[in-house]
Design a protein around this ligand. Structure first.
Ligand code: FNR
Length: 190
């Protein structure tokens, strides 16, 4: 069986280190995972005024989430929390009320920063949001990546074998998490 993973990069920056990390994760993932990026950069800022008539960007976001088996969040830390663009995307996907696209959708969280704590605080913040959104998230392993440009090439090669092995394990555990969640929580119809 193949599992479809939608990945969301929390950064809008052209040379995002988190997008680079996402390429490494895709490369190291077990072969039964398939990846598609779920873009967030064209979403307007959410307001519930849109609930009666979602714009195409909002509808596309929700249908992309519905159509995958799991979501992988690869996000930077901005001011000790998640970037506004990522929170905005989650708010869009969680609405209108009663139509939360994250319900029962397995997820995992990872992120990179040049700083020593490697997005740990942003990830804690994201975990709270995903709990509220009823997305069964992988609790462990955690992965706080201190980004060094010499370790990650733009096309997703990892030059440090310990880091490579750690990330490969992370993705294997994510696959196991997806299989476990799907075995008890069948995907929603809509
Ligand atoms: C940062 N950065 C940062 N780093 C960190 O470890 N903790 C933090 O709280 C912050 N805060 C922060 C706020 C804002 C507004 C910016 C622009 C940056 C630095 C950040 O980790 C660095 O810019 C990374 O390159 C961001 O990841 P992307 O966007 O390149 O994927």
């Amino acid at each position: 069986t193949k599992y479809k993973v939608g990945y969301i990069v929390g950064s809008l920056a052209t040379h995002s280190i988190n997008r680079t990390l996402s390429q490494a994760l895709i490369r190291l993932a077990p072969p039964d995972l398939e990846f598609d990026e779920i873009p967030i950069k064209d979403l307007p800022l959410y307001s519930y005024d849109y609930d009666s008539d979602f714009p195409v960007e909002g509808r596309k976001l929700k249908s992309s989430i519905i159509s995958v088996d799991a979501i992988l969040f690869v996000t930077p830390e901005y001011n000790r929390s998640i970037p506004g663009a990522l929170k905005n995307a989650i708010d869009w996907a969680s609405r209108p009320w009663g139509d939360n696209s994250f319900t029962h959708k397995p997820s995992a969280v990872i992120g990179a920063s040049p700083g020593a704590i490697g997005t740990a605080i942003a990830q804690q913040s994201l975990r709270s949001v995903l709990s509220y959104c009823n997305s069964p998230q992988m609790n462990a392993p955690e992965a706080y990546i201190r980004f060094r440009p010499e370790v990650f090439t733009e096309d997703g090669q990892v030059t440090n074998s310990d880091t490579e092995e750690f990330l490969r394990r992370f993705m294997e555990e994510f696959r196991d998490h997806i299989v476990r969640v799907l075995s008890v929580l069948p995907p929603r119809e809509t």
